[in-house]
Design a protein around this ligand. Structure first.
Ligand SMILES: Cc1cc2nc3c(=O)[nH]c(=O)nc-3n(C[C@H](O)[C@H](O)[C@H](O)COP(=O)(O)OP(=O)(O)OC[C@H]3O[C@@H](n4cnc5c(N)ncnc54)[C@H](O)[C@@H]3O)c2cc1C
Length: 301
């Protein structure tokens, strides 16, 4: 029997693991991807994490992980498919895609969030054939070419800036006439000569033959492109938590800053929980707080 199972090895899960193991908890981290570090790995440069300015996201994730490995944290590569709690014994049972079953006194759920799809014709058809959700991963394939970025938040504008250094031309397609991104980022985008803003516009269809060659906007306008990067926000990975703890209408797990949910012993940390700022620093903080709260909970049993 484990004290604690941590689901997810992103910034929140890894931070929870370090705090959990230092609290002498017998714990296991279950991670969907082999030696994954979650979304942080997708960031070209994390410039807002205290004390580590300018570090690329991949290296930051590797450092987080190495810290946990060096502290003796054990990892299991599998996807969690089911979580349940026995109300009498108060024991949690966690099942994985590989058929394994683990029991623990407490669970920290830190499965993060994934990219939101536009759900337009051509999006699935041309996935990895010109449709991408990660500029830092795929941008280099479009050196000297023309791309479009869809979205109006920090990620979309960051992507447009990143691509503007590689591509001949970048169209930034946004459905409103104002951006949700930080002022400084908006200013930098507006100053880039090869970024063209396509405002008050929505994608109707992504067109191509064997690869993307154009994007059609609602209203009929078509723009020729070689690739399209979709940065339209994210959705929480919380399907498996339905019936385990309360979710808000958008699917985020309702939890406070200590990760405490509607189910005693079940904690939520990182991007998957209700909060206003979803960043590395808040995910790391969440992991620390949730592991500390979990240790107190286990002690109280
Ligand atoms: C392109 C991009 C750029 C960003 N730039 C910045 C930045 O500059 N600064 C900043 O502070 N933040 C940035 N962010 C946001 C930041 O990366 C996230 O807020 C943070 O990484 C969230 O961490 P997390 O641990 O909550 O979730 P994630 O990082 O999403 O980790 C969740 C983990 O859980 C795993 N998982 C999911 N489901 C299961 C399952 N069923 N079983 C087992 N494991 C599962 C996933 O594989 C993943 O590894 C950026 C995000 C993106 C996408």
């Amino acid at each position: 029997m484990l004290d604690l199972i941590i689901i997810g090895s992103g910034s929140a899960g890894l931070s929870a693991a370090i705090y959990g193991i230092r609290a002498n908890l017998k714990l296991l981290v279950i991670e969907k991807e082999f030696e994954g570090t979650g979304q942080v790995a997708l960031s070209s440069k994390v410039d807002n994490y205290l004390g580590l300015p300018g570090l690329d996201g991949y290296s930051m994730g590797e450092q987080f992980r190495e810290h946990a490995v060096n502290f003796g944290v054990e990892f299991l590569e599998a996807s969690v498919t089911e979580i349940s709690k026995d109300d009498n014994s108060k024991i949690f049972t966690v099942k994985t895609s590989k058929g394994e079953v683990y029991e623990a006194k407490a669970v920290i759920y830190a499965a993060g969030a994934v990219h939101r799809h536009l759900d337009v014709p051509g999006e699935d058809e041309f996935a990895s054939k010109g449709v991408s959700y990660c500029a830092t991963c795929d941008g280099a394939f479009y050196r000297g070419k023309t791309t479009a970025v869809v979205g109006g938040g920090d990620t979309a504008l960051d992507d447009a800036l990143y691509l503007s250094a590689l591509c001949e031309k970048v169209y930034l397609i946004h459905r409103r006439d104002e951006f949700r991104a930080a002022e400084i980022t908006v200013k930098r985008v507006k100053e880039k000569a090869n970024i063209e803003l396509v405002l008050n516009s929505q994608v109707e269809e992504i067109l191509g033959n064997d690869r993307v060659n154009a994007v059609k906007l609602v209203g009929g306008k078509t723009i020729d492109i070689d690739g399209i990067f979709i940065a339209a926000g994210s959705v929480p990975v919380s399907k498996v938590v339905e019936g385990v703890a309360d979710l808000n209408p958008a699917g985020y797990i309702i939890a406070d800053e200590n990760g405490i949910t509607s189910t005693p012993g079940f904690f939520a940390a990182g991007d998957v929980r209700t909060k206003t700022l979803r960043q590395v620093v808040t995910a790391v903080s969440d992991g620390a707080c949730a592991a500390t709260a979990a240790a107190h909970y286990i002690e109280s049993l």
